[in-house]
Design a protein around this ligand. Structure first.
Ligand SMILES: [Zn+2]
Length: 236
């Protein structure tokens, strides 16, 4: 099992590690700062620094429980020491974008009682779908104003690990369908934007809502009955 440093410290940019396995899918390390894609957040990119030179990592993902770094070339072998270094600027954009999405979902839930039906993000931009019956650009502008007001409050963002039974009993977590997480997941990782949002989540986030900066709602679209899409971009 790879020690996943991003789950507890999303600001760590590099770590010394040992290669455990190499196959055509990628490289497994004993520990890593790379985030494997999931929950709408893309996998990290970066390099594995070796005495023989840098090896590019083009994606990070999980397969059959293994955390794989997809590499391009390089003669890596089990037992080798490497330094795993993520593309920090890209990751930090993803952290800001991911935290913006949580704030957006919280605002839509609080003010319009609508749950999230799906979402996806790129560094600096994202979309999220909601169980809303109607949407308009005026609605989008209202949401943008409220969202920026909340983010500008500079709310602290916390990572907790909560025993499964406690998470299941928390009314704030029920809207995010915490009960549907596989039973072997215990404790459950929780991301809390203080006073605004709490959800079970595996992704990487910034430490405060102020670090997200301003967000623009760039588009509103209908994707069918009770399924409306909001697109956002980081504006700072
Ligand atoms: Zn999330």
């Amino acid at each position: 099992m790879t020690e996943e440093i991003a789950a507890v410290d999303s600001y760590r940019r590099s770590v010394h590690a040992v290669v455990e396995e190499v196959d055509d899918g990628g490289v497994v390390l004993d520990r890593t700062v790379f985030y494997p894609r999931g929950g709408g957040q893309p996998g990290d990119t970066g390099i594995l620094r070796t005495p023989a030179g840098d090896v590019r990592v083009s994606d990070t993902f999980k397969r059959s429980g293994l955390l794989l770094h997809r590499i391009e070339g390089g003669n890596l072998e089990p037992g080798m020491s490497v330094e795993a270094v993520i593309d920090w600027e890209r990751r930090h954009l993803l952290m800001r974008t991911h935290t913006a999405l949580h704030a957006l979902s919280a605002v839509i839930w609080r003010d319009f009682d609508a749950k999230v039906t799906g979402g996806n993000m790129e560094p600096g931009s994202a979309r999220m779908d909601f169980e809303l019956d109607a949407i308009s650009m005026d609605f989008g502008r209202d949401v943008e104003r409220v969202l920026n007001h909340e983010l500008g409050g500079d709310l602290p963002v916390h990572v907790h690990f909560l025993p499964r039974l406690e998470a299941l009993a928390d009314p704030d977590l029920i809207r995010t369908k915490v009960n549907l997480l596989p039973e072997f997941i215990d404790p459950i990782r929780i991301i809390e934007i203080e006073g605004l949002d709490k959800q079970a989540d595996g992704g990487t986030h910034v430490r405060s809502s102020g670090e997200v900066g301003r967000v623009a709602v760039t588009k509103t679209e209908s994707k069918g009955k009770s399924n409306k899409r909001i697109r956002i971009e980081l504006a700072d």
